[in-house]
Design a protein around this ligand. Structure first.
Ligand SMILES: [Zn+2]
Length: 381
């Protein structure tokens, strides 16, 4: 038995919402088996129930990115399973036993999220991990132990279960690159991180005691980069007539890399030089997004910093002349580049000032371009 793990902490109902027909009976079987395996490992009873309902509204919420067949929703304490995605998932597996194994891993993964939820509630006050990193440790823990528990129980697993493939971005557009980075990060990098720190499924709480860092995860080095508040201070200094500046929110290393320098995501120097970033919205008659990213040129070598500048310029300069003509603005300064984000009719303006990279994303209209220019002029006098 594990101390402090009483039934009280297991008083959760795990609603499983089935979207679409079938899979019901199979899921009941794997649910019971998964629950039993997990309870053995935890030394406690889990008071979780499987309730199967069909609810197609869940499909419309659009959270089924990356072909995942199931999803745990923390706010509803429920799991959604898409039978169509399950069928695709199982299509590549050859034997019935392997199909069962794969479904069991899927169910265990979600049951582990339910277990994590209870631990999170119980340890609320001592949790030092937040936001994206919380999801990172939860996914890593679920991935690692769903397969480990199934394998220890002698379940036959197809090879492909163990290999989650690295997602290449579909295009160089920020949204696509960001999505691919986040997926790789949450579903590939997380597993190695958790494996090094958790010998048993009940070690989950150890992952909550300290916030991981990008340098640990991407370069396996414990050297942490000191953070700085410069970007936020900078953004708060915007004072334009008739404009509203929303409070800056943190823009972390992953966001910054996806936007500025995708190829350098795992470059150790870049990670060490990163000092933080923020973005906010500046609203006048139109709305522009403003991002300030801070790198420390003293830490990063001249060569790498020059490379970063070149990357920014080449990334954003491809189509700048066309956009500038459209917007009626053209500045022949090397460090000011404008580009079009073709999919949404937005454009970017980028300036570099000492250690800061300033990016303004604006709608391609005369008003949008005017506001972007005014914001840049104020931030880079
Ligand atoms: Zn998950």
């Amino acid at each position: 038995m594990i101390k402090g793990l009483s039934r009280i902490f297991w008083g959760t109902i795990l609603n499983t919402v089935i979207v679409g027909p079938s899979l019901g009976d199979e899921l009941h079987t794997v649910f019971e088996r998964g629950k039993h395996l997990l309870e053995n490992e935890l030394g406690a009873k889990m008071d979780v129930r499987l309730e199967i309902r069909e609810d197609t509204r869940w499909l419309e919420r659009g959270f089924w990115a990356h072909n995942s067949a199931a999803y745990y929703d923390r706010s509803r304490k429920a799991v959604a399973i898409d039978p169509n995605k399950c069928r695709i998932l199982l299509a590549n597996t050859k034997t019935i036993r392997q199909k069962e194994g794969r479904l069991l891993v899927l169910m265990l993964h979600e049951l582990l999220h339910a277990y994590q939820e209870l631990e999170l509630v119980k340890r609320e006050k001592s949790i030092r991990v937040s936001g994206r990193w919380l999801r990172f440790v939860c996914e890593g823990h679920s991935l690692e132990f769903s397969e480990k528990l199934a394998q220890e129980a002698g379940v036959s697993l197809p090879r492909e279960v163990e290999v989650v493939s690295w997602n290449e971005p579909k295009s160089r557009q920020f949204g696509q690159v960001h999505e691919a980075f986040l997926y790789n990060f949450l579903y590939i990098k997380s597993r190695t991180y958790v494996r090094d720190r958790c010998k048993s499924v009940t070690d989950f709480h150890k992952l909550l005691q300290r916030q991981p860092s990008y340098s640990e995860v991407l370069t396996h080095s414990d050297k942490r980069s000191p953070m700085s508040a410069v970007p936020e201070k900078y953004l708060r200094s915007v004072r334009l007539k008739d404009t509203t500046v929303t409070s800056p929110i943190e823009f972390d290393y992953l966001d910054a890399s996806a936007l500025l320098s995708p190829k350098d995501f795992e470059n150790e120097e870049m990670i060490r030089a990163f000092r933080g970033g923020n973005c906010c919205e500046i609203v006048s008659r139109v709305r522009v997004e403003t991002i300030v990213v801070h790198y420390e040129p003293q830490v990063v070598s001249d060569r790498v910093y020059r490379h970063l500048r070149t990357q920014c310029v080449s990334q954003f300069s491809e189509r700048h002349r066309k956009v500038l003509t459209t917007a009626g603005l053209y500045e022949n300064r090397t460090m000011v580049v404008w580009t079009e984000d073709g999919h949404q009719n937005w454009a970017f303006a980028v300036k570099l000032k000492g250690p800061l990279v300033i990016v303004v994303r604006f709608p391609i209209t005369e008003d949008g371009a005017k506001l972007a220019k005014a914001v840049l002029d104020q931030l880079v006098p």
